[in-house]
Write a protein that binds this ligand. Structure first.
Ligand SMILES: NC(=O)c1ccc[n+]([C@@H]2O[C@H](COP(=O)([O-])OP(=O)(O)OC[C@H]3O[C@@H](n4cnc5c(N)ncnc54)[C@H](O)[C@@H]3O)[C@@H](O)[C@H]2O)c1
Length: 437
């Protein structure tokens, strides 16, 4: 008689005896591992990055949102450890996949990390395991890519192994919303895996919303991020128009935000960055092509956001020009290379595109970022310059690219000759030195 694996795993989860494996210990995987360990489950993290594995086993956190003290406490209790020995996947009852999903140069999805993680699972799968994909990806990845690979083992889905997709909503640097108070969405191949995943998530999140399929859960995540991309593009376009019309876009958005219903403020900026907003819309438009469907709206938003770094450089050029200076030879100090405030992640940061253009134009470039000590652009490595009265006053132009909380905006304005502010943080300061996006 076929064993009831759902029941067996459900009982293990209820006793917190289920072993949890997390593949990919980055910004998503490590907080997830820590949260399950905190709630009493034994978690084993898997990563190909040996440095991350040894740091975790030494009780050191490398993600700013995770306290080293927490990692130490959990490893002492034997609730959290890491390995690069993937044969230990066999010992896990639940396996999460939290690996990167970037895009290729041609902006097509690169799901090679999901495929290699699935290969590792396939080589070590055993009956009764629940596998949950958490990497952001196009609708269909769980059923069209991961499932066929696991079925090649001869095991039967939803009977001998269970499979679901649950998007990650973590927002690095966000002190208000964390895994603990953000609802989770989950969609399994059948009600069995949806139910089981939901019962597991109930130990770390307040609310689990179950959907009817992995595809619905995959698309839910892309909708959330595309929603941001489209709205940011809208205000970026408005910023360009306001510049021509001589209207302060920041004031307009602030005014519109006083409406208590039907409006939600989004702010313009130097472009979008990170692992999600600039990437995810392309995952959706790529998949849509398979259905002879062109996602014009979504692509227009992505294009609009992509143009912003060039627009910032044009503001820098015009502002220096008004002072009879050229970008070529001017000292330009850029504040912030992370992709958003108060985080240490420079992936796809709009600052990188701005730096490239400034260097190409011959600027004498330097940057400061309290979270990122060096950046490599076009084969050159730049070290973060201390933010001092001298570094500000000796620069022809200071560009506020990221509004890190550590920046003392009043002091920056006081000591700089010219400020190009792409984040609107100087909008309440009356000074001729300030040029707002
Ligand atoms: N960073 C975010 O804010 C965020 C938020 C929501 C969703 N996501 C999504 O979550 C996924 C992971 O993103 P992230 O920011 O944590 O990435 P990350 O680069 O910080 O971490 C991914 C980790 O996976 C490891 N890895 C890669 N291939 C592996 C393999 N085959 N086996 C084991 N480990 C492997 C890497 O070494 C790395 O440590 C992506 O799909 C991303 O879009 C990210």
């Amino acid at each position: 008689m076929q064993e009831d694996y759902e029941k067996a795993l459900s009982e293990k989860i209820a006793k917190k005896g289920a072993k949890i494996g997390v593949i990919g210990l980055g910004y998503v995987g490590l907080p997830l591992a820590v949260e399950f360990a905190k709630s009493g489950f034994a978690v084993l993290g898997f990563d190909i990055d040996k440095e991350k594995v040894s740091k975790l086993n030494d009780g050191i956190s490398y993600i700013p949102d995770i306290e080293t003290a927490d990692v130490q406490k959990l490893s002492k209790k034997n609730l959290l450890s890491a390995t690069n020995d993937f044969s230990k996947l066999k010992e896990q009852d639940v396996i999460f996949i939290c690996v990167p999903t970037p895009f290729t140069k041609a902006k097509a999805p690169d799901i090679s990390y999901i495929i290699s993680a699935s290969e590792q699972i396939k080589a070590n799968i055993r009956k009764g395991q629940l596998i949950i994909l958490q990497s952001t990806t196009y609708p269909g990845t769980t059923e069209e890519v991961v499932l066929p690979m696991l079925k090649e083992t001869g095991l039967k889905e939803e009977e001998e192994f269970l499979l679901a997709f649950s998007p990650e909503r973590i927002d690095p640097g966000n002190k208000t919303y964390t895994i603990k108070n953000t609802p989770k969405v989950v969609g399994g191949l059948s009600e069995k895996s949806t139910r089981l995943s939901a019962s597991l998530f109930s130990y770390i999140t307040p609310n689990v919303f179950q959907v009817s399929s992995p595809k619905a859960a995959e698309l839910c995540k892309l909708l959330e991020n595309t929603f941001r991309s489209v709205n940011i593009a809208l205000v970026n376009e408005l910023a360009l128009l306001c510049n021509r019309m001589g209207i302060n876009v920041w004031e307009v958005i602030e005014a519109a935000s006083t409406k208590p219903f039907g409006f939600m403020p989004f702010w313009p900026g130097p472009g979008v960055g990170g692992h999600c907003i600039p990437v995810d819309p392309y995952y959706l438009s790529w998949k849509a092509r398979e259905y002879d469907f062109s996602t014009k709206f979504i692509e227009l938003a992505a294009e609009t956001n992509l143009l912003m770094p060039r627009y910032v450089v044009s503001i820098i050029t015009d502002s220096l020009n008004k002072q009879k200076k050229t970008v070529n030879g001017s000292k330009i100090l850029l504040l912030g290379v992370a992709f958003k405030k108060d985080i240490d992640d420079p992936r796809n940061s709009p600052s990188e595109a701005i730096i490239e253009m400034l260097i190409d134009s011959g600027a004498d470039f330097s940057y400061n970022d309290p979270y990122i000590s060096s950046v490599a652009v076009k084969g050159r490595v730049f070290e973060s310059t201390p933010l001092t009265k001298e570094s500000l006053s000796s620069s022809d132009c200071v560009v506020i690219a990221v509004d890190h909380s550590a920046y003392d905006i009043k002091k920056i304005v006081e000591h700089s000759q010219l400020i190009v502010d792409t984040r609107g943080v100087t909008r309440k300061i009356i000074s001729k030195k300030v040029v707002l996006l």
